[in-house]
Design a protein around this ligand. Structure first.
Ligand code: SAH
Length: 226
């Protein structure tokens, strides 16, 4: 898969956050077990500093979650890498659903890897900002303002589903929208600690579950916010 980004020099922002700073992030991810070169390359290419407030742009290539307003965060690069690697492991997902658009960064990484991305966000203002980013980078990401716990039934089944907010249990509606051979990654647990779970739906419909890592995500909530 190749990167599908239309990047203008000003969008890449090479002056502000040098290639050296980005390369250091890639080495850190590698050191922390990320092996898939396609994923590392997408993270190297996508300008993460455009997904946070200007005041935080200088911290955009640290391996850390950062605030994006409304009490939400852009996920830590390692977590984005781990989830992306999990859905690519032994599979080539084409149609992918993300629950929790947030800044739009994870959706952009998936789109940069050539996937057809559908993303759902409950906070309208975050979604509007993310859509501007998709547009300015020339990405064709489909999005809707809705409760992602219902998934996107009209567009399912999906080859992969990435849930970027934590819940005490896996949501059945999302499992149902996973196609045969499909992979779902989701943080499951209580507010202070979750496990990043990977579920693969076998051809006979049974599900194989793997615990990838302990993680901390913002909660998956109900109800829409403007
Ligand atoms: N993937 C995002 C991470 C954002 S944090 C990124 O790359 O920046 C998780 C996001 O999930 C938040 O924006 C939060 O508002 C959203 N969220 C929480 N519950 C949700 C739900 N039920 N439906 C859709 N989005 C939800």
């Amino acid at each position: 898969m190749t990167a599908r980004l239309r990047l203008q020099p000003e969008a890449i922002g090479m002056g502000m956050t040098s290639q050296r700073v980005r390369d250091r992030l890639i080495e850190r991810l590698r050191g922390n077990g990320i092996r898939d070169e396609r994923v590392l390359n997408a993270i190297r290419t996508v300008p993460r500093h455009l997904y946070v407030d200007e005041a935080l742009a200088t911290r955009a290539y640290e391996d850390t979650a950062l605030p994006i307003g409304h009490g939400q965060t852009i996920s830590q690069p390692w977590v984005v890498a781990k989830m992306t690697e999990a859905i690519l492991d032994g599979a080539s997902p084409k149609k992918v659903l993300e629950v929790g658009t947030g800044s739009g960064y994870q959706a952009t990484i998936l789109a940069a890897l050539g996937m057809e991305v559908y993303t759902v966000e409950r906070i309208g203002e975050l979604l509007r900002t993310a859509r501007k980013r998709f547009r300015s980078l020339g990405l064709n990401v489909r999005s809707k303002h809705d409760d992602g716990r219902i998934g996107w039934p009209e567009e399912g089944p999906f080859d992969a589903i990435v849930v970027t907010a934590g819940a005490p249990a896996l949501v059945d509606a999302l499992k149902d929208q996973l196609g045969p051979g499909g992979t779902l990654v989701a943080p499951v647990g209580n507010a202070s600690s979750q496990s990043l779970l990977k579920l693969r739906k076998q051809d006979d419909g049974s599900i194989e579950q793997t615990d990838l890592a302990p993680v901390v995500f913002v909660p998956l909530l109900s109800g829409l916010v403007d």
